[in-house]
Write a protein that binds this ligand. Structure first.
Ligand code: TEU
Length: 540
């Protein structure tokens, strides 16, 4: 097996991944909802960036209580997105274009409309009863004090018993301790793998194993329930079994959403000698501005930088990290970490492109990052679509202005409004009535006008692909205490890069080397770093 700088070479370590939220990507048939044919129409846009892998958020039959993360039938395509023939055509076209396609495996829970749950709730004697987690309550009270991640209790009563749902009421948790459930999951994975998909992003996968005693959480644990949910007794057994029985038989990549998994425990999931997952998403960078309870809080650049050093230190040569600053659960990068004012939006979008493409780990982009799309200016509670926002609002306690102000900082809906393609009505997303809000700037900030940001992404991706030190090279933060500049090197014997990012709108003096300047977001280098300037130097 070929190694580079001590790492085994694998295609997914060298890949750049682009995430599509199908509902909001492109509508081909005018029903106002994005679909698979729409993705097909826009494949050249994705291919032009030079990305290697497309990750499709759930495309399965679903009643959409959580936009497809509540699956009713794992072997059907969501009718609004098209047909199985459309899926097959998309997969073939992606492969034809030299890219790979991974899909979302959402198997901690199903929809309450899934046939298994419809049966399960019929009563204790039903053969599917044990596919889910049912317990008697304490009088009128649920079996324990576990909270749903989406606020409120994690239990809903159905006749005499309660079922567990770590997310919405319409997302009952599967009982992975039942071997039949694990067999079903393996079967549905094979169904898609045998079609030729190239891997899975696994939704909240560490949550699959629950302590069968279901003990109450302590007040301290209740501040971060995800840490309890991600630490069940059999998560590693079940992942190793899945790897042995299914994944090991295909050349695919897996990336698990490691919500609640500490850095110390990350190697247990991704150490290649264990046979569990290839990679996981760590939440530190996207949680930097979150206080418990989902309140926004300010953050410091020094703390942001320290996250990347900690991540790097958490894994040895047997594990591989990911890098992401956005997805369908997070606000837009420029609005959150950069500066979305007209002066700096493009420049800061390019700076974060530079960070993503030069950091250690497989980078994941979210649709619209390549255009520097910004947050939506929400004004009223009714404008939100997210079930989490609705639950949180119903739980009460704050006035609307304060609630909306916080959601404007943290809401998942910023990422979920439709893509902006052109200055046509609805940003060119649909000829019909869009399912969700269209950004007021869509006519101005869209794929047709954002060539500069897009081209910068493409340049960086090409540069990454051409330089193994940007993939396998060691990471070192050169100025961890600097309040404005993020400067780091990526090096391995024979090849070294220096990356200098001015994470502010101010000019900054910073010692830069003589070496060749490879990629930057300003035309020519200057002695001072200009606002949001990003430079990549080749220094070997
Ligand atoms: O997300 C898990 C999850 O808990 C996140 O919503 C997390 O709380 C948030 O990102 C913290 O910033 C996954 C999916 O990505 C999400 O879209 C689903 O709603 C959820 O699982 C349930 O399937």
């Amino acid at each position: 097996m070929e190694t580079v700088n001590g790492y085994r070479r694998r295609w997914w370590k060298e890949a750049v991944v682009y995430q599509i939220y199908p509902r909001s990507f492109m509508d081909s048939d005018g029903d106002g909802i994005g679909d698979l044919r729409g993705i097909l129409q826009k494949l050249a846009h994705i291919q032009g960036l030079g990305v290697d892998v497309i990750w499709l958020s759930p495309h399965f039959d679903s009643p959409n209580a959580d936009n497809g993360y509540d699956i009713r039938d794992y072997r059907q395509v969501m009718a609004e997105f098209g047909t199985m023939a459309d899926f097959d055509a998309l997969l073939a076209a992606v492969h034809e274009a030299g890219m790979r396609l991974i899909i979302d495996l959402v198997v901690n829970h199903t929809s309450d409309e899934h046939a298994w749950f419809v049966e399960s709730r019929k009563g204790p004697d039903n053969p599917y009863r044990d596919y889910y987690i049912w317990r008697p309550g304490h009088g009128d009270q649920p079996p324990n004090n576990w909270p749903s991640i989406f606020t409120g209790p994690a239990w809903t009563r159905d006749d005499e018993n309660w079922y567990l749902h770590l997310f919405a009421e319409k997302q009952p948790d599967l009982n992975w301790d039942n071997p039949k459930v694990r067999g079903e999951v393996h079967d549905l994975m094979r169904f898609w793998l045998d079609k030729g998909i190239d891997g899975f992003r696994m939704d909240v996968i560490p949550f699959i194993s629950k302590d069968p005693a279901l003990p109450d959480m302590t007040p301290d644990e209740l501040r971060r329930p995800q840490d309890v949910y991600a630490n069940g007794p059999h998560v590693h057994d079940y992942l190793q079994e899945m790897h042995r029985d299914v994944l090991a038989h295909y050349d695919v990549m897996t990336v698990g959403e490691a919500f609640g998994v500490s850095l110390e425990r990350t190697p247990d999931l991704v150490d290649e000698r264990r046979g569990e997952l290839d990679m996981v998403f760590q939440f530190d960078a996207v949680d930097i501005d979150r206080a418990p309870g989902g309140q926004w809080k300010p953050w410091r650049l020094q703390d942001f930088k320290a996250i990347f050093t900690r991540h790097d230190g958490a894994l040895d040569r047997h594990g591989w990290p990911t890098v992401f600053l956005s997805n369908h659960d997070n606000p837009r990068i420029v609005s959150r970490y950069g500066d979305d004012s007209p002066t700096w939006r493009e420049t800061s979008a390019m700076l974060f492109a530079t960070l993503l493409m030069t950091m250690k780990g497989t980078p994941f982009l979210y649709q619209g990052d390549e255009l520097g799309l910004t947050n939506y200016p929400f004004e009223r509670v009714e404008q939100f679509d997210d079930v989490w926002v609705k639950n949180a609002w119903q739980s009460g306690g704050v006035d609307e202005a304060a609630f909306v102000a916080n959601q404007n900082r943290v809401s998942r809906d910023h990422a979920r409004i439709p893509m902006a393609w052109s200055d046509s009505p609805n940003g060119g997303f649909t000829t019909g009535r869009p399912w969700f809000l269209i950004h007021p700037d869509a006519g101005r900030i869209n794929a047709a006008t954002q060539g500069a940001v897009y081209d910068h992404f493409a340049r960086l991706i090409a540069h990454r692909h051409a330089h193994l030190s940007l993939i396998y090279g060691d990471y070192r933060d050169l100025a961890p205490d600097h309040p404005q500049v993020f400067a780091y090197e990526r090096s391995m014997p024979g090849e070294r890069h220096l990356i200098v990012l001015n994470m502010s709108g101010e000019e900054v003096a910073f010692d830069v080397p003589e070496g060749a300047w490879a990629v930057g977001n300003y035309d020519a280098p200057s002695p001072l770093l200009r606002g949001w300037e990003a430079r990549v130097y080749r220094v070997d």
